[in-house]
Write a protein that binds this ligand. Structure first.
Ligand code: ADP
Ligand code: GN1
Ligand code: MG
Length: 389
């Protein structure tokens, strides 16, 4: 491996230091070479903008003309307490998807994640320091986006996320490990939030009284979807649970959502979670961490496009009740995410990666501004989804 190609793993942002991942470039190379990657490893570089795992791009040279890429990830085991169960889910789910994609005449090496095993055959590598690593084949000729640049991209992401759920319709849910218990249980999220407020371990409660009130005023909302799932009014399905736009790869040539990635949270859930989380992130006119809240709103044109694409992608599997509840899915996923950012801020920012001191607070505020805007546009949102009944 050439000496001159080095990964920069850390970074200071405007005088504030991002916590260091204590891995030197040589260690990353040593870890990467444990996996069945082809050719000679030429470089390891940090990649993507995920909030949870540490992601690196591996560039390999097979011949002087032929190159290939992989994704190396350190699984965040503070967040995912059972990395073995998580990888078992991913191996099983990707094998299931690949089989279906093949049967449907698609390309299973590109339209689903491909886990590259460790040379001893296992799906992940555990370092002596207790960190967990995995490698995926890189999805070539495709991009993931952190903001909606073209409305049609958002539409295509909706079709792909809907279709993903449809493909997993007959996946045996009982085989899945619950990688994060109560992940979208908004009642539980509310309880954890109240505990963080009560403990006030960082002495930050006084500065976020408005935000705390915003949450408490909406406590009743937190019960709506949980109660409907519990009573069977809406079905439990196998869902992705983290459907933000940068968790899908869009094909350069066709513009279609070619591959759904970030499968760590594939678990039993509600279709409304997947729909709602995409609206939360992609239909927002501002970025998730925008400081200027006047830029935040729910873009109803994007809302229409996503709704259309998702319902099409689900291929007729959504029930009438689920369609009626789509606006509630969007509002609750946004409220929940804001509550999670605020809880993490109150607890000292140990869950989401942050790049500035008040990053989680900024993120929480955009989510609440988005919720407020949805409430103002509620009748219109209902009218839009009801046109699909
Ligand atoms: P996180 O859980 O931290 O969000 P992701 O699995 O979403 O991690 O990966 C972070 C980013 O890395 C993605 O948004 C995407 O840009 C890129 N990425 C992940 N897996 C692949 C892949 N197999 N091919 C190409 N890019 C990928
Ligand atoms: C995290 O992993 P990433 O960056 O795609 C989080 C989601 C949040 C999202 C907010 C496992 O998603 O639940 O909605 O940040 N993932 C996990 O941007 O907690
Ligand atoms: Mg991601």
């Amino acid at each position: 491996m050439s000496e001159k190609i080095i990964a920069g793993v850390t970074g200071g942002v405007k005088g504030w230091e991002v916590p260091k991942l204590s891995k030197e470039n040589s260690e990353l190379i040593r870890i990467a070479e444990r996996f069945e990657i082809e050719g000679e490893l030429e470089s390891v570089v940090p990649h993507g903008n995920g909030h949870i795992n540490d992601t690196f791009l591996l560039n390999c040279r097979i011949t002087p003309e032929k190159k290939c890429k992989y994704i190396l990830q350190r699984i965040n085991h503070e967040v995912f307490k059972d990395p073995e169960g998580l990888m078992e889910n991913i191996v099983e789910v990707t094998a299931f998807l690949q089989k279906k994609i093949k049967e449907n005449g698609g390309d299973p090496t590109r339209e689903a994640l491909n886990v590259i095993p460790v040379r001893d055959g296992s799906s992940y590598w555990e370092e002596q320091d207790g960190t967990f690593w995995r490698v995926y084949r890189f999805v070539e000729d495709a991009d993931s986006f952190d903001v909606v640049k073209r409305p049609e991209d958002f539409y295509e992401s909706a079709v792909a996320f809907g279709h993903f759920q449809k493909l997993l319709e007959d996946y045996p849910a009982e085989k899945l490990h619950e990688t994060i218990p109560n992940f979208h249980n908004t009642i539980d999220r509310m309880e954890k939030f109240k505990k963080a407020v009560k403990e006030d371990s960082m002495h930050r409660v006084a500065e976020v009284e408005d935000e705390i009130r915003f949450v408490m005023d909406r406590e009743a909302d937190c019960h709506v979807l949980c109660d409907m799932l519990a009573s069977g009014e809406i079905p439990l399905r196998v869902t992705h649970n983290d459907t933000k736009l940068n968790n899908i790869m869009l094909d350069h040539e066709t513009g279609k959502g070619i591959c759904v990635i970030d499968l760590d949270t594939v678990m039993p859930g509600s279709a409304l979670y997947d729909y709602g989380d995409s609206i939360r992130f992609g239909a927002n006119t501002g970025e998730e961490d925008e400081k200027d809240l006047s830029k935040i709103s729910c873009d109803l044109e994007l809302f229409v496009l996503y709704t259309k694409g998702f319902i099409e992608g689900c291929g007729g599997s959504l029930t009438e009740k689920e369609i009626r509840m789509l606006p509630m899915g969007a509002k609750l996923m946004t409220l929940e995410c804001g509550i999670r950012f605020l809880t993490d801020y109150l607890e000292g920012d140990h869950y989401f990666k942050i790049h500035r001191p008040e990053h989680n607070l900024d993120r929480c505020r955009t989510q609440f501004a988005m919720v407020k805007d949805m409430e103002d546009k509620w009748d219109k949102m209902k009218e839009i989804v009801e046109s699909y009944l």
